[in-house]
Design a protein around this ligand. Structure first.
Ligand SMILES: [Fe+2]
Ligand SMILES: [Fe+2]
Length: 188
């Protein structure tokens, strides 16, 4: 189904969305694996679910681009953001979700101004889901930062971070406590 192939701004929004959504998939998948390494099974599972949802967004965007006769080409995949503990990961993820929310808000506004009903609905659905993700990360952070939550999770994270550092020294691997790595993951 052909839909407004001449609207270059819609194509631009889709291209930026694809880059950001793929960035989210890479980031949340990496964090899920990192949390598992830290021994945090439940947070790892939760983060993996987030990655799966972002992969669903990627699929929808690719489908929409093909419908507009555009070859998907994400050109700005960003380095994964990691950190010393779960809270640091969640703060990075909130930042990414805010960026997605801003992008989809702009896209919805543009489509509304152009009377582009189909694409407005498409971006509105993604916007609603990213807002839900942003709320979820905020609630998760609140859970961790509430006084009642001080906290087997963080204690375990710290414990496993320390354990990972010992392994790093012993085996020359770096699996925790990383700063932002390169896009290849080599700095992990
Ligand atoms: Fe998404
Ligand atoms: Fe999201």
């Amino acid at each position: 189904m052909m839909q407004r192939p001449s609207d270059q701004r819609v194509l631009g929004y889709l291209g930026r969305a694809l880059s950001l959504e793929l960035t989210a998939v890479q980031q949340y998948s990496t964090q899920a694996r990192l949390l598992a390494i830290w021994g945090l099974a439940e947070p790892a599972k939760r983060m993996r679910n987030e990655a799966t949802e972002e992969m669903g967004h990627v699929d929808r965007i690719i489908s929409r681009m093909l419908a507009l006769c555009v070859a998907p080409s994400a050109s700005q995949l960003r380095p994964v953001q990691v950190g010393q503990d779960l809270q640091a990961l969640l703060r990075h993820n909130q930042t990414l979700e805010f960026e997605l929310i801003g992008l989809y808000t702009d896209a919805v506004r543009h489509c509304a101004c152009q009377g582009d009903h189909d694409n407005r609905l498409f971006f509105e659905a993604l916007l609603a889901e990213e807002e839900a993700h942003g709320d979820e990360f905020a609630r998760w952070l609140e859970e961790l930062e509430s006084p009642r939550a001080v906290d087997p999770v963080q204690q375990r994270a710290t414990m496993h971070n320390n354990s990972a550092r010992v392994k790093e020294k012993r085996y020359g691997q770096s699996v925790a406590g990383a700063q932002a790595p390169t896009s290849s993951g080599a700095a992990l």
